[in-house]
Design a protein around this ligand. Sequence first.
Ligand SMILES: [Zn+2]
Length: 880
Amino acid sequence: MSRLAVGSIVVFFLTFLGIFLGSSEVAGYAGSDILPTPQPQYNVDRPYVPHLQPPNANNELMVADVVPASAAIITNPVLDMKILVIRSNGTSDEGIYDTATIFLDILGVPYDTLETIASGDTLKESDLSDGVNHGRYYAVFITTSNVWYALSANDKTLLQTYERDYAVRQVTWYAYPSAGDYGLDFTRVVAANNETWCPGTPQGVPFNASLTTTGQSVFHYLHSNVLIPMDGGCLYGYMATPAAGADVTTIINNDSSGETFLAVFRPGDGREQMVMTVGSYYPSIPPGYIHARILPYGIINWATKGLFLGEHHAYFTPQPDDVFSWGDLWNVETHDYILDTGYRNEPSDLVNLVDWMTAFKTNVPNAARFRIEMPFNGDGTEQDRVNDTGPVIANTLTAKAVELEGSFTWLNHTYTHRDLNHVTENIVSDEIYKNTQLAAFLGLTDYAISTLLTGDYSGLNVGAVNPNVANAAYALGVRFMEANASVPEYNNPTPNTGIHHPNQPDILLLPRYANNVYYATTNPEEETDLYNMLYCPGYAANPNTTPLCFDYATIMDAITNQALGFLLDYSVNATMFHMNNFDEYSDGRTLMTDYIEELYGKYNAFYNNSSPILSLRTQEIGQVMLAREAYNASGVTGQLTCGNVITLTTTNAATIPVTGVNYGSNVETYANQPISYLAMSNADTLVIPGETPSIPAGITDLSITRSGGDVLLSWSPTSQDTDNNPLTALAYRVYARANDPYFTPTPDDLLSEVTSNSFTHVGGTGDVDNNYTYVITAIGDNCWKRESVISNRMGEFDYRLQGGTVSDSVLGSLAKAADLKDYISSNTNVAVTIKSLAKWNPVAKLYTYYSTLLIPNGVFSLRLGKTDQLSISATQVARR
Ligand SMILES: [Zn+2]
């Protein structure tokens, strides 16, 4: 194995271990009372990215796979704001499925998952729509091209027709390039190697992804010139180029080769498909597969056209526990702890921290809303007060804290940090209340009685929760308690939700992240020594002679990579540190601020200034988690009509966040998009108004002519809507009904739907029993697809000639009025005597005769299409 390979594998494992062992508040790394336990979502043994089958002759069309034009246009389509995810019925697309859905879970976007069935049809039309104008999904995700190829021909047609008719976008999260299916030609395989899981020679991995101009708008929250490292254990994929003649827009390309691997393909029938040709594996820890955390938001936003139920923010809240206390310190000489009295902050540490914070918030992008919450133990202040409980003595740590208190949020960490696992309710009350009294005495402005962090999370041991803690806390107004996210039972049950206390459901437990900046370390030397004691093979047995495996930079990189995963997952959980970690070890630097600078630096390497990282107080974190829990239970549905009219319904009360909408009194802008927070009650309906529908202006110049037995209709193309705004027609509908000149068109009267501004009704004339009237409507070429009012009316009448005095054999053989007109026109010497002229009255359904004949005998013209009746007698003068 190469040296490089060894290093990368070791780091990979360590990244996992770092999470499992990340509790920083135990009195010894062996035999601690908080067992290091893996968090479930990271309990994976290998990244799995399937290799995809190339398209074969049966499933790749040589030309773009365009669905035939539909017979009917769906006017006023209504779409449910829900995504359909189609995946395989096995586990072969697991990592891809996770990537495609985890951010739907995180954002709160409703979706359904449909697994393909082994054979036969997976879909039926009613899965997708009501068959009239109501579509059940406004975006479709397909995990892999293998899944697409496994669908039946019926399934594919249903999906393609649905996506076309409802203008629903599709994303294929991992596809083998194919000209027919994705508008892309395969160029080469890219593959990472891993000695254990995917041995072989690396091919073109790692590489950097860069955004095209269109990509910069799709991923508008990233730097326009961002380079995203494409790497990770067993990463696999395909490079591509746009296929000749295909309507393809490259979104992301390989920065060094210029090849495409994320693109939008338009097959030519109105559909739009986004396709990625490199695999993803979400559960991996950054920097491996970091694209699986950075890209999904933009892909979801593209698929939903920037309008979805749910929201996102980046959060980071550091909490250095045990402020004011004395605590343990790691001794790099003895490689062991100095217990209890090893370390306490100096007043200058607080000054340094505030100075650093001021500069950090000013100078670092996305840090303006940075904040530190200080979990404190009041008994530590006693040494800074006259006779323990008297006035605060000048120039002490407590005096400095009072001076700088407004720079921090203060969190009750109990008065003496007492172990609360087996104590009485009175003792717990004392621990909570004395700290609250101290906060009042010191004048800590940003302090809330509603929040609590117990020492070592005591009282919360899974299986042995001390009910006295919840009872005492609840009585004193506590509603939110921090809990250890490293314990599976206390990790978030779903993204950004908490756990209701088993003894007191009105107290919400808020999962808090640990990390491997150890609680007893104050500088890089201590941190490095302790880290190597834990993770460097052979070092713990003989630390004075064994070389370090990991230096400080490597350690901080690994630790902040784990934190970057939480940050990019938009997790609201706070992060635990310890007061030792803000000891000023050198020239303004501390372990905690080194960590924070590196973490923000990694975030800012990708994200532009539109997505600030928010630091919330514990009570605010609790409110976010309660709000999310209520949202998840709200049963909310959204229905979207063109113009972004949204109808929300709920079964249970909640505040519904809607991204992409600016409505109501509670709206913010984040990541360049508005987010509205809409308070809804039980069984509620709310309509968010959108644009006024644009309806084509009615056609006023329908004209009609005859050509032989056919009727020719023509009209001017539609160029405006009813408000005189520019609008063209997607199509025109030609309606005709016989013998009912003032009919109101129904679908039964639809003769044809045409895209040109003329129509030939073949054989439209000649049937004296069916005299047709025609009207035209225009369908707007916009998402409403609304139909105009009907045009002016035009009709054709066929006259049965009455024999009368006609004796001429030719004239007598004419069957209808049109033929008579032609005959007379071409025989100028026909003598005609007009007997009567009448006009058809469609209401009375009879002819009204004119008393005065306006047309002089022998000089007249017959105009077809007029509802006139002319009775004549004619002779052919010349033939006599
Ligand atoms: Zn503590």
